[in-house]
Design a protein. Structure first.
Length: 292
């Protein structure tokens, strides 16, 4: 087993807990994580070290010779990391840190500009790396330690994640006010609300003869604004362009509510910079929370 990367501090914490309990399930309960998460963290740590650290037995685990040698250094390594991290980020006068933030591109367009402009102008010690993907995948990457923070739509509850609702949105049918023929539907093929809304539309007497799909909600919104067809869009995406002149169609109940949420791991270090980021994000988006 060849080493692949430096160990993550959380993986070191998992290893220390397991080494003390000699049982992955009990260690998971002690540190407030799930058993699969701890097992996955240990596997990643073993890949980082390049050697097996534990052997699995019927009633628990046992440290390998390499695991015993690593245990002697793991506590020191974690203590050194905590000292360096504290020195780097606890200067409240000038919060510092580098963070990864993930969200869908359509969500990014109505959440990030004002938030990042305000935060980065005032705090030059904070840096971001942005990543864009479907909300489901962003949530998974946060849970797997690959992204620090996510702004996602309708996240599923997860024992290792903190989920904070930021905004409401609603997916519905939209068209340009000049459109007369409503036979073409424009929609995202992986939008989870599509089938539920099509059933509602059918009951309301709205049917579509053809469908055009795109994985970009921004493209769909522009095509809808051009008068090509009826767009199945979140309200915040549909209304973002001031000159689009889009009108919602159908009865008032022909829509599905969305929750736009901030997600991060339960065990993510709560530094001064982290608290500043989350509070600034909440305050900025609260001022833009209305759907009107």
């Amino acid at each position: 087993m060849a080493p692949t990367s430096l160990p993550h501090p959380t993986e070191l914490r998992y290893f220390l807990a397991v080494a003390e309990c000699l049982n992955i399930s009990r260690a998971a309960e002690r540190i407030g994580a799930t058993q699969p998460t701890v097992s996955l963290g240990i596997q990643r740590l073993e890949r980082s070290v390049g050697l097996p650290l534990l052997t699995r037995e019927k009633r628990g685990v046992k440290l390998t010779p390499a695991g015993k040698r690593f245990l002697a250094q793991a506590r020191q390594l974690l203590q050194q990391w905590e000292r360096l991290r504290t020195e780097a980020i606890q200067d409240h006068e000038s919060p510092r840190g580098s963070f990864s933030l993930g969200c869908h591109t359509a969500v990014a367009l109505y959440t990030l500009p004002e938030f990042l402009t305000k935060l980065l102008a005032q705090h030059p010690g904070i840096e971001f790396r942005l990543e864009h993907d479907l909300s489901r995948r962003i949530t998974e990457k946060v849970a797997r330690f690959e992204i620090d923070l996510g702004i996602v739509v309708n996240p599923l509850e997860h024992p290792d994640l903190v989920i904070t609702e930021l905004l409401e949105d609603e997916v519905a049918f939209w068209k340009h006010r000049s459109l007369k023929e409503e036979s073409l539907l424009l929609c995202h093929p992986e939008l989870g609300q599509t089938q539920a809304l099509l059933k509602k539309a059918k009951k309301a007497g709205i049917r579509f003869e053809r469908t055009l799909t795109s994985e970009s909600l921004e493209v769909l919104a522009e095509l809808t604004a051009s008068g090509l067809g009826v767009g199945l869009l979140p309200a915040r995406v549909a209304r973002r362009g001031a000159g689009r002149q889009l009108n919602r169609i159908g009865p008032s109940n022909l829509g599905v509510r969305d929750r736009v949420c901030l997600v991060h791991r339960v065990d993510f270090p709560k530094s001064g910079a982290f608290r500043l980021i989350t509070e600034t994000l909440k305050k900025t988006l609260k001022s833009n929370s209305a759907l009107s």
